[in-house]
Design a protein around this ligand. Structure first.
Ligand code: TYM
Length: 331
């Protein structure tokens, strides 16, 4: 039996290579050894301002990206979070054992609380508790994510310990699984992680056509000459991308030129663009094919959500039982 885990992505727009390298690539690599449940976590996405009319397209877009990147629906479950109500029910149970001080110290919460002019809603505060519910409902033993999610995983483990300590051993402590691209930086502000919130020039979307990838990379921040030994954040980011997308030979070639201080960044960027395009090209083609089959994608999401619900229901009832909340057996 393959061990199980849940991981997910918010449907907040087009997925980028940060999402791909930090999460999806690990999911694909683990498909044979683990049973993955991959959520399109729409309830997480409504904790910040959003457009109701855009949501449905974003959910489908995320599903297209998952499938095009290589998730195999015969090996993995792809689901929509809001179609499995046990996620929010479980989150309520966990809300009642999680001290407010634990969630208030989560770095992403603190950062967003500062940024959001309209103030913080209850959903944003208990966001990591819903995430813990996502993970715990499937008794996940690992969770492949990017590095930015590590504090959420730490909190999940604390909640697991709190639950097990109070109601008896029920959940495993999930380990954070970081892949080789766990922290990809923005192309325009390389001291910050690549993110949709920094604008389209800062990231490469999985669906970007080749000429857009070339244009974005050609403007990526590097350094303007030798930096006295310390590699600049932008250059470091390009080398990290090259170590993932290009051959060892290409990487070695440009690293040597960098060390000799004879590197021409325009050449490095062109080669990197070629190599990224050759990985993303087939993904983009598959995405286009799948977008012509909306019924297939819809049925797959509905079926995946049903399958996920069966597993989630069992765990949820177990948790309720442990908490003394089952009154009429067999009802
Ligand atoms: P989200 O939607 O912000 O990002 C989805 C995944 O992509 C990773 N990621 C990155 N990895 C490397 N470099 C980057 N620049 C980069 N940007 C994003 C994220 O680490 C994540 O793995 N809270 C989660 C969604 C979620 C979840 C869960 C994840 C909800 N419930 C349960 C795992 C398990 C989030 O907002 O990810």
């Amino acid at each position: 039996m393959r061990q199980r885990y849940f991981s997910g992505i918010q449907p907040t727009g087009e997925l980028h290579i940060g999402n791909y390298l930090g999460a999806i690539k690990s999911w694909i690599g683990l498909q044979d050894t683990y049973e993955g449940i991959f959520g399109i976590v729409d309830y997480h996405a409504i904790t910040e301002p959003y457009k109701p009319s855009a949501m449905s397209k974003r959910v489908i877009d995320a599903a297209l990206d998952y499938l095009a990147a290589g998730l195999n629906p015969n090996k993995s479950i792809i689901m929509i979070q809001s179609l499995v109500p046990e996620h929010t029910e479980m989150a309520w149970l966990l809300n009642c054992i999680t001290p407010v001080s634990w969630v208030e110290r989560v770095p992403t919460y603190k950062e967003k609380a500062k940024q959001l002019k309209i103030g913080v809603n209850m959903g944003l505060l208990s966001y990591p508790v819903l995430m813990a519910a996502d993970i715990m409902l499937y008794k996940s033993t690992i969770v492949p994510v990017g590095e930015d999610q590590a504090p959420h995983l730490e909190l999940t483990r604390e909640i697991v310990r709190a639950f097990n300590g109070r109601f008896g051993d029920t959940f495993p402590e999930p380990q954070t699984y970081l892949g080789s691209g766990a922290r990809i930086m923005s192309l325009t502000e390389p001291t910050r992680k690549m993110s949709k919130s920094l604008g389209p020039q800062s990231y490469i979307a999985l669906s970007d056509p080749p000429y857009v990838i070339r244009a974005k990379l050609s403007k990526a921040v590097t350094d303007i000459g030798p930096t006295g030994g310390e590699i600049s954040p932008g250059t470091k980011n390009l080398f990290q991308l090259m170590s993932i997308f290009s051959s060892a030979e290409t990487y070695g070639h440009f690293k040597k030129l960098y060390d000799e201080e004879t590197i021409r960044y325009s050449e490095m960027k062109e080669k990197l663009a070629d190599d990224i395009i050759s990985v993303l090209g087939p993904i983009r083609d598959r995405r286009q094919e799948l977008s012509l089959k909306p019924d297939y994608v819809r049925d797959l999401l509905i079926e995946g959500s049903h399958k996920a619900r069966e597993i989630a229901r069992e765990t949820f009832l177990e948790a309720k039982d442990k908490m003394g909340l089952i009154y009429f057996y067999g009802e």
